[in-house]
Design a protein around this ligand. Sequence first.
Ligand code: DLL
Length: 434
Amino acid sequence: MEQIWDQTYECMEREELEQLQLERLQATLNRAYKNVACYRNKFTGLGIVPEDVQSLSDLSKLPFTSKEDLRLNYPYGMFAVPLREVVRIHSSSGTTGKPTVVGYTKNDLKTWSNLVARFMTAAGVTHDDVVQIAFGYGLFTGAFGLHYGSETIGATVIPMSAGNTEKQIMIMQDYRTTTLVCTPTYAITLADKMEKMGIDPKSLTLKVGLFGGEPWSEAMRREIESRLCLSATDNYGLSEIIGPGVAGECPHKCGMHIFEDAFLPEIIDPETCQPLPPGSVGELVLTTLTKEAFPMIRYRTRDMTSLDYTKCTCGRTMVRMRKTMGRSDDMLIIKGVNVFPSQIEEVLVAVEGCEPHYQLVVDRVGALDVLEVRIEVTENIFFDEMKRQKAFLETVEKRIESVLGVGVTVRLVEPNSIPRQEGKASRVIDKRRI
Ligand code: DLL
């Protein structure tokens, strides 16, 4: 029999689940309406009050919430409790402008730890495991989320944080780590390093990998599994909703179970914003059902996926989301950092002589993401002298780097060589095999 952390909720019959969701939704709407001006104003604008929601299908009457709303209400405007009740702050991994600030009450932390314990258990982690956390500890929700989840299970936590790859491997050997927690990209970096150090992964005690925070493919899963000799599982989440703990895979690896007693998922058409029927591919929209400090109503995740309501052999009744298939906006995740092409554009247009014709080429060299920014040569930025050209490119690189927080290479290309498009520009070429 497979381990299930919370039989009552994870295996609830749909009818009972929907009743619970409706009750929790109504409570959330009331709290948000009463305590968060942004929600109250949006509801008023549409001429609705929380009491208008009498069934789950009424959800579609409610306004959406977007990252822009969070920015406009920076830092604490979306909090539904006074700051004195908030015991933890986190923030999204975007590094520029106003980041997204999220808060947790004591109860929220308990809820979060339990949700993480659920997907860790589903992946096969037990209290006998030694969990090495190689996410960066800090404002990013990854490390703390998995840390508290592991402790809730009763596993032994090694809070390694990110980086220092050789030391990660040494600790893995000496402390007999059984469970690895990091981004899928970093798992490959670890495998590369081990190979260089001549360490046979079979000599380690790794059993399970919990990878998330960025998209990755089945091919990458196979590579990680064979190179690290563990079972590689996927888990999904986002700071605005709670962090990791929104969804995770069971041993059957046929989609990530969304914990529907805590989050209400919808799939919408990102263009028309209309809900799509079950099974369709569209943008995932999530409503939190239990959060106190930071309730989110119909939050547009921008992640494209589909939902599978058929029964899973693991016994969990919770719906499964497919691995994400890109985003409905143009956000890129480079080395774990959220990057928007518009941020680069802002830097470029501020550079004298630069025209807004640019292209971003993302690739993966070894396990590292690399970003090349191509700009067209114009009369103003054509320099006969190589030295001057080099200095110019370096200045632009530094400016972009200081805004994004990740390094880039800027390359000059022939005038008019970047395709002009009508309508939406597609400025990104993503060559990564994900
Ligand atoms: O990345 C939370 C997290 C940490 C999840 C650790 C899992 C493990 P943010 O920094 O707010 O939060 O970034 C959220 O990352 O909207 C997705 O686009 C992407 N993402 C997260 N997990 C996955 C995944 C954390 N398993 C954004 N597959 C989300 C694909 C993912 N994309």
